[in-house]
Structures are given as structure tokens and as C-alpha cells.
Design a protein around this ligand. Structure first.
Ligand SMILES: *Cc1c(COP(=O)(O)O)cnc(C)c1O
Length: 358
């Protein structure tokens, strides 16, 4: 079968474009001149909206991407002789090309185990206390990802257990929230319950995968830790001169309270993943790898099926976590996209009945 072009893909939620609300705010911000380097009304409003979302007075900075948000905030939380604890499948370990170590001038990342992409709380103490002599880098920060790299979601109690244990052991706590919106939409709890109330000091708050075009927010709930972070961003090349084009899309996404676009779009992406799961889990031979709790479905398919799906023009990753196929839904994924993909998965797995059942 020949590959016909797909209107939308499942490789990543950053294949999608701007959500309409983010794009409209971008257009408004483009009307005329505006103060540069972040002293503009869009950046002020986006920061205020983030303070509203988290119901607290926090410090907010915008940088170009998630790798920078993670690396610069982690670097700010420790010195070069410290170490940073994270899950063994964490983006900071597997997908940032050593940027956290680079920006912090040589910290060591220490890996924690745990099922379904979540840190095992018992492993924190074991790792911190494994070595306490001067010859080993001193543990100073723990970072956890919500939603995780494997599409699972930490509950408020789980975040509190991990952050609480980290705090007792003298660590600062960072959260990688590249898909924070999806986690918040799944849990339906006030965002403060999975951040500062649970012990998170700093959050990398992702906008891009949620429906902006560029720019992630670094949110310091512990304001003392934010001192001079603006200088760190500038030195690293992450102070945007036309900052309004990073911040205005956030205004479009965050305005509107409980039904604001950021939550509505995340809920939609999560629901589309649930639809895909419900179809694919019926297929004999398609093994679902992790609980579906955010906007992705991980499934083990045989190599021939994977090659045939690629030949049919579908794009999806097979290298995240422990392998398997990752199908990621976006704010603009449609029911038709889900049906088309599920039907093709059924056919390449030799279960064409699925397509007729759709
Ligand atoms: C996408 C992603 C990031 C950010 O990646 P960039 O490509 O640098 O924007 C960070 N953490 C996680 C878990 C991600 O999925």
C-alpha cells in the first residue's frame, strides 16, 4: 500500500500547530510596537495568569524551549559539585543531550528506578545515603516529570510523598511539566495540589505541546530561589528580545478560568488517547505497555506491523522508555484520525475486522 499523506500525526504533540486562542493572541501582540525584553503588557499578563492558575505569588520567566527550562532551573538549584536525582527514563537524562550537566558546569545526574515512569519513593533515601563522603557529588535536587515520559500521571499524594521525602533529605524539588496541562486535566484538581502545596519549588511549565508555538514558563514557587535567574537566562541566550511573542500565546491559552483553553485542549488530547486505547486494546497481539493516564498510548507491536505502519505514512516514536510504539495525541487530533490509525493498526496486525467494526 502506498503512503498517503496524513493530515495529522501521532509522533508528538509538538507536531501540532498553534491552538486558535494562542494564535489569536499572537496576532494581537503583533499589532504595533511593544516594549522589548519582557517589560511588556503581554508578559505581565501571562505571569499574572500563571499566578492565578497556581493561586500563589510566584516568579515567572519565559525561555525558548523545555530543555532550557529544565536545564537552567536545575542549574539554578545547585552548584557544580552537586548531583540531581531523576527517574531513569526522565527527559533530563535521556533527551537533553547533557544540557542539565552543561548548564550547571558538571553536575552528575543520579538515576532512580520505579514502575510506569514514576520514581519509587523508597529509592530516594537509598540513593542519597549510598555515598556521603567527599569523593562523591552531593545530592541537592530531585526532579520529577508530570505527566511522565511514559504517559502516566502522579497524583497529589504521590507528588507529596516524593517531594516530602526529598525535602527531609535536604533536596530541592523541581518538576518537569512539559505536559503539566495533561496531568492537571486528568486529575481535575487545583494545580497547586500537584505543585507548591505538595512541595515543588520550581516548575518547568510546558506550553508548546499544549498549543503554543514556542516558549516554556519557568515558575519559581520558592521565590528566594529565583534570585538572579534573569541573568542566567540572558547569559544562556534565553532572554527573548521580542518576549511578547513567547508570552502572548500563553495569555490566549490561560484566560478563562476552569474552562480555559489550556485545560480544554489538554482534556481533548487525553480523551483522544483514551479513544485510541479502547480500540487498540481489543486487538489480539497488541500489548498495552503502561496505564493510559495522559495523552499517549504505548503499545508493543511486532516489527513487521511497525514497518507496515511506517510504510502507510504513519509517524510515531519507538525509542521512548523501554521501546514499544508511542502514539501521542494533540489538541487538534480528531475522531477520524483515531479511526484511521486504529483501522490501519488492525490491518497490519492481521485483524481487519477492527476496521469494519469502526
Ligand atoms: C518535550 C519535553 C520536554 C521539552 O523538550 P524541548 O524539545 O526542549 O522543548 C521536556 N520534558 C519532557 C518530559 C518532554 O516531553
Amino acid at each position: 500500500m502506498s503512503a498517503n499523506p496524513k493530515p495529522r500525526q501521532f509522533a508528538s504533540d509538538n507536531y501540532a500547530g498553534f491552538a486558535p486562542e494562542a494564535w489569536a493572541a499572537m496576532a494581537q501582540a503583533n499589532a504595533g510596537h511593544c516594549v522589548a525584553y519582557g517589560d511588556d503588557r503581554w508578559t505581565a499578563e501571562a505571569s499574572d495568569l500563571i499566578r492565578e492558575v497556581f493561586e500563589t505569588d510566584c516568579e515567572v520567566f519565559f525561555v525558548f524551549n523545555g530543555t532550557a527550562a529544565n536545564s537552567l532551573s536545575l542549574a539554578h538549584l545547585c552548584d557544580s559539585y552537586h548531583s540531581i536525582l531523576c527517574h531513569e527514563t526522565a527527559h533530563v537524562e535521556t533527551d537533553e543531550c547533557g544540557a542539565p550537566e552543561f548548564f550547571s558546569n558538571g553536575t552528575k545526574i543520579l538515576l532512580l528506578p520505579g514502575g510506569n515512569g514514576k520514581i519509587d519513593p523508597a529509592s530516594i533515601k537509598a540513593t542519597v545515603q549510598k555515598r556521603t563522603d567527599i569523593h562523591y557529588p552531593k545530592p541537592r535536587v530531585l526532579t520529577l516529570t508530570n505527566a511522565t515520559e511514559l504517559g502516566t500521571v502522579y497524583t497529589p499524594a504521590e507528588v507529596a510523598a516524593i517531594a516530602g521525602e526529598a525535602k527531609r533529605l535536604g533536596l530541592r524539588v523541581h518538576m518537569d511539566g512539559a505536559r503539566f496541562a495533561n496531568a492537571a486535566a486528568t486529575l481535575g484538581v487545583p494545580p497547586k495540589q500537584i505543585t507548591w502545596e505538595a512541595g515543588v519549588d520550581v516548575l518547568s511549565f510546558g506550553g508548546t505541546k499544549n498549543g503554543t508555538g514556542v516558549g516554556e514558563a519557568v515558575v519559581f514557587f520558592n521565590k528566594d530561589l529565583a534570585e538572579e535567574f534573569d541573568y542566567r537566562c540572558k547569559q544562556a541566550g534565553h532572554l527573548a528580545s521580542k518576549m511578547r511573542f513567547l508570552s502572548a500565546p500563553w495569555v490566549g491559552m490561560l484566560r478563562g478560568g476552569a474552562d480555559a483553553p489550556w485545560l480544554r485542549h489538554a482534556r481533548h488530547a487525553n480523551n483522544m488517547a483514551e479513544r485510541l486505547l479502547s480500540l487498540v486494546q481489543k486487538l489480539p497481539g497488541a500489548q498495552i505497555l503502561f496505564p493510559r493516564q495522559a495523552n499517549s498510548v504505548f503499545v508493543q507491536l511486532n516489527p513487521k506491523a511497525i514497518a507496515e505502519l511506517h510504510a502507510r505514512g504513519w509517524k510515531f516514536y519507538t525509542f521512548i522508555g523501554q521501546g514499544g510504539c508511542r502514539f501521542m495525541c494533540s489538541w487538534d487530533t480528531t475522531e477520524e484520525d483515531i479511526h484511521a490509525l486504529a483501522a490501519d493498526i488492525g490491518e497490519v496486525m492481521g485483524t481487519p475486522s477492527l476496521s469494519s467494526a469502526l
